[in-house]
Design a protein around this ligand. Structure first.
Ligand SMILES: Cc1ncc(COP(=O)(O)O)c(C=O)c1O
Length: 403
């Protein structure tokens, strides 16, 4: 018996369709049960029809599943959907955003290779490079994200990979992805972009010239704070190596989380658009509050890279950071006065979150390292969700009024 999905027949003909159509349909195969939604294959292994069939599948002579560390139909649908949305030849899902970064470096770099990382990346990304990858002989240097000359000057003959987050967290700095890709390629290196803050709904780094894109799917791809996961996408040449590492080392995605993320992707663009629009309105409002010293949001005309943001993103994202007049106490007062917004460091949720980076995400840095990263004690980060904008303003106004 040949199952429909074994034969690889996709559910819909998606040639030439738009982003939202891909977001709800790409990668879906229908099993003989005829289900309309994506089937959840909660299985770790697969039954072979005969011993010869098992041998042929293990040898890769016939397509089909062998074991869920290698392939799982629900995970594969998620991977194909992400590949379609990012414009990638191939994507592979991982257990978390951090294991996506680990897989990129472990599969594409060796001891003795040099990696350039932008200074303003997620804290655990720096820990991964500093505490672990350096122990295996990977050389790492950090470069100010926006400064293209600094990137050029930081190259060494053994530079293999550039890794950036754009926009960065929490200060919304950007890099010109096309220009940085040209710099990398002229020197024989690859450019990897953490596209967590924009998602493919707002920015498609591969189309701008990057070689690899990765996500913490835990954030906007899920969109509802339910599960951990990640994904790496790019050209087959590099993805073959990334897939090989993941299948061997094992930090692959649970089919249940893949199924959750497929539901999240269906509303991705609508959420990103709505949350970005609220974030822009909130940033404009914050800029006018007398108790606010400075607002960091690339959608503001006052942002130094506003024009670049307009060029490479279709909206500005949902994370707004601002400095309250005063020090740490002022920031804590604003945070503690909230009654709707959740005090949590996660982001990418439909529920708005608020955090104090200096004592949470950047709390382990020395005061000097924090100063270098531009994280001041009065900085507050808000990841805007889907609540009514007036309610969010009222929640922040309460704390600001008390300063
Ligand atoms: C930009 C960015 N990249 C990567 C990660 C790591 O993702 P995860 O927590 O899913 O491992 C995070 C998590 O906050 C993040 O914000």
């Amino acid at each position: 018996m040949t199952l429909e999905w074994d034969a690889g027949r996709l559910d819909s003909d998606l040639k030439g369709v738009g982003f939202d159509t891909l977001a709800v349909r790409a990668g879906q195969r229908r099993s003989p049960e005829g289900e309309h939604g994506e089937a959840l294959f909660l299985t770790s292994s697969y039954v072979f029809r005969t011993a010869a069939d098992a041998a042929a599948r293990f040898a890769g002579e016939v397509p089909g599943n062998v074991y869920s560390r290698y392939t799982n139909p629900t995970v594969r649908t998620f991977e194909e959907r992400i590949a379609a949305l990012e414009g990638a030849e191939q994507a592979v899902a991982t257990a978390s955003g951090m294991s996506a970064i680990l897989a990129i470096v472990m599969s594409l770099c060796s001891g003795g290779d040099h990696v350039l990382v932008s200074r303003s990346v997620f804290g655990s990304t720096i820990s991964l490079f500093e505490k672990y990858l350096k122990r295996f002989g990977v050389e790492v240097d950090y470069v100010p994200l926006a400064d293209l000359n600094a990137w050029k000057e930081a190259f060494k003959p053994n530079t293999k990979l550039l890794f950036v987050e754009s926009p960065s967290n929490p200060l919304a700095e950007l890099v010109d992805i096309s220009a940085l890709a040209d710099i990398a390629h002229a020197r024989g290196a690859l450019l990897a972009v953490d596209n967590c803050f924009c998602t493919p709904a707002l920015q498609q780094p591969l189309k701008l010239g990057a070689d690899i894109v990765m996500h913490s799917a835990t954030k906007y791809i899920d969109g509802q704070g339910r599960g951990m996961g990640g994904v790496v996408a790019g050209r087959s040449e590099q993805m073959k190596e990334v897939v090989g590492f993941l299948r061997t080392a094992g930090p692959t995605l649970s089919p249940f989380n893949a199924w959750l993320f497929l539901k999240g992707l269906e509303t991705l663009r609508i959420r990103m658009q709505a949350q970005s629009e609220s974030a822009l309105q909130l940033a404009l409002w914050l800029e006018q509050q007398p108790q606010v010293e400075r607002v960091y949001y690339a959608g503001l005309p006052s942002h130094p890279q506003h024009e670049l943001a307009k060029k490479q993103q279709s909206a500005f994202g949902a994370v707004v950071s601002f400095e309250a007049k005063g020090g740490r106490d002022a920031a804590w007062k604003v945070i503690d006065a909230t009654r709707v917004i959740s005090i949590t460091t996660n982001l990418g949720d439909t529920k708005t979150t608020i955090a104090h980076p200096a004592t949470t995400s950047h709390g382990r840095l020395t005061p000097q390292e924090r100063a270098n990263a531009g994280i001041r004690d009065n900085l507050i980060r808000v990841a805007v969700g889907l609540e009514v904008l007036a309610d969010l303003k009222a929640d922040l106004a309460r704390g600001l009024a008390a300063l």
